[in-house]
Write a protein that binds this ligand. Structure first.
Ligand SMILES: *[C@@H]1O[C@H](CO)[C@@H](O)[C@H](O)[C@H]1NC(C)=O
Ligand SMILES: *[C@@H]1O[C@H](CO)[C@@H](O)[C@H](O)[C@H]1NC(C)=O
Ligand SMILES: *[C@@H]1O[C@H](CO)[C@@H](O)[C@H](O)[C@H]1NC(C)=O
Length: 170
């Protein structure tokens, strides 16, 4: 899966005092889909009891369009600003291996998004460079961070491998 992540805008409901010239509020999305929690039934109950209408299984494996993900002038074009809202999931067969590439965008503005998956382990395949930072999101762009650059060890398995040939380019 190739998943763009970033902020988005949402039209304000009627009779609210929304800020801004377009009467919009912040939202956020992955692949132009902004997640909405179900209200009728929990997703686990819906899955176990096979109840329809709680979620759909069409979370997109790719963004709807390719663009220069880090160019703020392109990222603030209208089709990227307003995301679709829904409770979309990805259904996986038992014991599937999934390669997931997260691509940040500059939609609305550049933010950091420390993504996190429940229930499974993320395996970091290789890293030579480790950031040490304050976990309050807003303090990171203010500069509360530094980096440890760890040099290669003496063996092939302790040496940073080159990036894969199909590493997505900006
Ligand atoms: C970003 O996009 C704008 C609008 O298309 C373009 O003029 C500009 O050259 C782009 N900047 C870079 C660094 O590609
Ligand atoms: C993102 O979703 C919104 C709302 O459905 C839609 O208007 C917009 O065209 C979509 N953007 C792209 C790039 O497909
Ligand atoms: C899961 O897949 C791996 C790799 O194909 C296989 O070795 C393993 O036996 C599978 N596990 C189960 C519980 O099916």
């Amino acid at each position: 899966m190739f998943v763009t992540i970033g902020l988005a805008l949402d039209v304000c409901p009627a009779n609210t005092t929304c800020q801004g010239p377009l009467a919009t509020k912040f939202s956020a999305s992955m692949n132009n889909e902004s997640f909405v929690l179900p209200t009728k039934l929990s997703m686990l109950q819906a899955f176990f009891s096979n109840v329809g209408g709680v979620y759909t299984t069409d979370f997109p494996a790719n963004p709807p369009v390719q663009f220069d993900y880090t160019n703020a002038s392109i990222n603030n074009n209208l089709p990227l600003l307003f995301a679709h809202k829904g409770t979309k999931v990805t259904k996986l067969k038992f014991n599937t291996t999934v390669e997931l590439v997260f691509q940040n965008t500059a939609i609305i503005g550049i933010e950091n998004h420390p993504m996190h998956l429940h229930g499974y382990n993320f395996h970091v395949l290789a890293q030579g460079v480790w950031i040490m930072h304050c976990h309050l999101d807003v303090h990171l762009p203010w500069g509360l961070a530094t980096v440890f650059v760890v040099e290669n060890g003496p063996t092939p398995t302790t040496t940073l491998p080159p990036p894969p040939a199909d590493l997505p380019q900006c």
